[in-house]
Design a protein around this ligand. Sequence first.
Ligand code: GDD
Ligand code: MN
Length: 368
Amino acid sequence: MASELTQAASPRVSVIVPTYNERENLPTLVEAVDAQLSAEYDYEIVVVDDDSPDETWYVAESLSEDYPVTVVRRRDEFGLSTAVMRGFETANGSLLVVMDADLQHPPSAIPSLLAAFDDRIDLVIGSRYIQGGSVGEFSLARRVLSRGANILATVIFPQTRGINDLQSGFFAVRQDVIEGADLAPEGYKIILEILIKCEYDQVIEVGYEFRQRVAGESKLGLGTIITYLRHLLEMANDSGRSGQFLRFCIVGIVGTLINVGLFYFLLRNDTFYLLAGVVAAETSVVANFSLNTLWTFRSEHDGTLASIAGPFVKDHLVRSVGIGLNLGTLFLLTGSFGLSEIVGQACGIVVAILWNFTGNTHLVWYRN
Ligand code: GDD
Ligand code: MN
């Protein structure tokens, strides 16, 4: 594949464009893509439309009279990710570009994505979060969501570390990387699926500026976010260590509820607040340990007292250090760097969770 690419003057490029109610944007997009690619590449545009009420599919079919446009009008399936999958199946190119129809992904950036391929690169991600990239006039809420989604994925899936824009819907990938992979992306998360399930050599990001939508409306809503979280959970469940991390976090949430609930209960029953704090904290540590022993790390011991006693003590030690790291982070960020107490504590909690998990997998439940 790589040799074919370097030998041939220009590989065949397929630009896959999923559409839903984009009749106003599509002609501009097709013209712009053609202007960028027709001189240098043998290319095609594959429009995958979900039988849009505004008849985008009809506009696409008219465009195919003047441009190399192939139209797939789906009536049986729905959704952005499966539309892209369908585009992958329909495309004939050896390089596949995926982009939105609404001109938020500038066609002028396509050549820089394609130019980034060399023999070792299999996937080029259009990125808003590296040099040369920007999110334009993204609302604060969208920014926070986008960054949060990225951080969450990076914590769970080591394969995604170092990549800044996992949510990007703008990328180019070699056809042979996709071929044969069992991809089942949901919602908007195609890049994540490719990174986790495909075999590839190198991945790089190329900056681009995310533009304002020209016409029509975004389809991203609460449903998209819930689907994303469910998708992360499902993928995490399939892979061992990440599944453990997820169970560890769920247990952690339960433990926190027990801690807060018991503290409140004891206070209401006139217990001295420091005593209430100690009892609540210790109870939650024991509850965490028990649930993790029964669930998260059930395969790491044989159920005998002897196989659990050691970890019980070690877990206490690890968590004591965790409390130190939590407070240390809070002090550093709030006391020294002047961030708000809430931000300091939130970061402290994240640091403690990561430490506690690493401690549990490498020290507490470490078998030799
Ligand atoms: N066929 C099909 N079916 N196409 C769809 C569907 C669907 O159910 N839903 C959306 N599309 C098409 C739109 O017509 C558009 O071309 C593209 O997919 C992106 O949809 P938007 O609704 O404009 O998404 P967005 O702008 O909110 O989200 C974009 O940015 C996100 C990152 O912030 C997309 O690029 C996402 O993939 C990306 O994660
Ligand atoms: Mn959009």
